[in-house]
Write a protein that binds this ligand. Structure first.
Ligand code: DGJ
Length: 377
C-alpha cells in the first residue's frame, strides 16, 4: 500500500473511533458530546427524524444562577443514542427588555415535535418570566423550518382562559374560590383542590402550565401535558392541527395527586405516563399511570421503580423527563430522567434506563451500564 493510502486509512479509523466513543449507557456518569463537553440538555425532549435522534434541553451554566436561562435551549443529534453531536443553541434568549424571552427568565423541559402538514418544527417549553420566580407558570412556543433551529419565539400563554375542561362537572363550576377558608394542608383543603378551586381561580386569566411534555399520536394529533392548578393537577390539552395553539379540548387528569415531570409513551394501543411528586429539585418516588386515550381517564399504576428502598424513594435519584422509543426495535423504550444539581446545574446528570414490562406495568431497574442489546432478549 502506498504511504498516502495508509495515512488516509488511519485517519478514517481515528475519525470513526472518535465518533463511536460510547458503546453503552452509563447512567449518572459524565456524558461527553463530540466536543468532549458534558452534554448540556437538561429536562430533555427527544425527536426522531428518519434515522436520527435529536435531544433538546435546558442549557445550564455554572453556579446557582445557571438554572435560569442565560443561553437558551441546546440541541444534539445522534444516530445510535450513545454518541451525541453538539448542534449548538436551537432557541436563544437575548437582551431585548421588551421580549419575554430575555436572559434570566426560566426555560424548562423544552419539547419539539414535527408537523407533517406545515413542515415546521414546533417547540413548546415551560416559561417563567424574569424576576418573577415561578408565578407566571406559562407555556412558551417557538418554531423553525430546521430541526436544529434557529427557532423563532412566538408567544407564552396561560392556556384555556374562559374554557372549562371537558371532564369538569357543571355542578362544580359555580362553587366559590374560597382558598382562605382552609388550613393547608387539611382534608378540606385537599377536597377543595380536587374539586378544582385553583381551576376556578384561573378560569378568566388562563390556567397555570409548569412541568410539561408533548405527545404526538399515530393519527398525527398532538397533546400538551402540563402540571397545572398549583402543580396539584395535570392538564392534558389537544393542540391545533398546526401544533401552534390549543384547540380548547382539554381534561383534568389525576386531580389533587400532585404530578410533575410527565413523560408519555404508547405501547400496544395503551398510553403510559411516568411522572414525579413535588419536591423542587430533590428527587421523590416515581409514579406511573395508564390510559386508553391521551385525554384520559388515567389510572395510577404506582411506583415504577424496582430496587432498594432508597432507589424507590428517589427514582434512582432522578426525575422523569422523557421516554424514547428506539428506532427499529419493537417495544423498546428508554426512560430518561434528570439528576439535578441545583447548586451547579451544568453538572446535572442523566439517568437512562431500559423500560421493562411486568404484569402489563412499565418498570425500571438500576444498571451501571447497559446497551441496546438489552431489547433483543
Ligand atoms: C421540579 C420541576 O420538575 C423542575 O422542572 C423545576 O421546575 C423544579 N421543580 C424547580 O424547583
Amino acid at each position: 500500500m502506498k504511504k498516502i493510502t495508509v495515512i488516509i486509512f488511519l485517519s478514517i479509523c481515528c475519525l470513526l473511533a472518535f465518533q463511536v466513543k460510547y458503546r453503552d449507557f452509563q447512567p449518572g456518569q459524565v456524558w461527553e458530546d463530540d466536543l468532549g463537553l458534558h452534554i448540556n440538555a437538561h429536562g430533555g425532549g427527544f425527536l426522531i427524524q428518519e434515522d436520527t435522534y435529536y435531544w433538546f434541553g435546558e442549557h445550564k451554566v455554572e453556579g446557582a444562577e445557571g438554572n435560569k436561562a442565560q443561553v437558551g435551549v441546546g440541541v444534539y443529534s445522534s444516530k445510535d443514542l450513545f454518541n451525541w453531536k453538539n448542534e449548538g443553541i436551537a432557541l436563544e434568549v437575548h437582551d431585548d427588555p421588551n421580549s419575554l424571552l430575555i436572559k434570566g427568565c426560566v426555560i424548562e423541559r423544552p419539547k419539539v415535535i414535527y408537523n407533517e402538514k406545515t413542515k415546521k418544527f414546533v417547540m413548546w417549553f415551560h416559561h417563567e418570566l424574569k424576576d418573577r420566580g415561578y408565578e407566571a407558570a406559562m407555556t412558551g412556543l417557538a418554531v423553525s423550518d430546521n430541526v436544529t433551529g434557529p427557532y423563532s419565539y412566538i408567544k407564552s400563554v396561560n392556556p384555556h382562559a374562559g374554557i372549562w375542561p371537558t371532564n369538569y362537572p357543571d355542578s362544580l363550576k359555580s362553587l366559590p374560590v374560597d382558598l382562605d377558608k382552609f388550613e393547608r394542608p387539611s382534608p378540606e383543603w385537599k377536597e377543595a383542590v380536587v374539586n378544582g378551586v385553583f381551576l376556578r381561580r384561573d378560569f378568566e386569566k388562563g390556567q397555570m402550565a409548569r412541568d410539561m411534555t408533548l405527545f404526538v399520536d399515530d393519527d398525527g394529533k398532538a397533546y400538551h401535558f402540563h402540571s397545572s392548578e398549583n402543580n396539584q393537577t395535570l392538564h392534558v390539552a389537544e393542540l391545533t392541527e398546526d401544533y401552534m395553539d390549543f384547540t380548547g379540548n382539554y381534561t383534568r387528569v389525576l386531580p389533587g395527586q400532585q404530578n410533575e415531570a410527565p413523560a408519555i409513551f404508547k405501547k400496544d394501543g395503551k398510553y403510559y405516563m411516568f411522572s414525579s411528586g413535588l419536591t423542587g429539585w430533590n428527587p421523590n418516588p416515581g409514579k406511573s399511570a395508564v390510559a386508553d386515550h391521551p385525554l384520559g381517564p388515567w389510572t395510577p399504576l404506582g411506583n415504577m421503580v424496582r430496587g432498594t428502598e432508597d432507589e424507590m424513594k428517589t427514582t434512582f435519584w432522578s426525575q422523569s423527563t422523557a421516554v424514547i422509543p428506539v428506532i427499529g426495535k419493537k417495544d423498546a423504550f428508554i426512560y430518561v430522567g434528570d439528576r439535578w444539581v441545583p447548586e451547579n446545574p451544568i453538572d446535572g446528570r442523566y439517568i437512562w434506563l431500559p423500560i421493562e414490562f411486568e404484569n402489563k406495568r412499565p418498570v425500571l431497574r438500576w444498571r451501571d451500564s447497559w446497551d441496546l442489546s438489552f431489547f433483543d432478549n
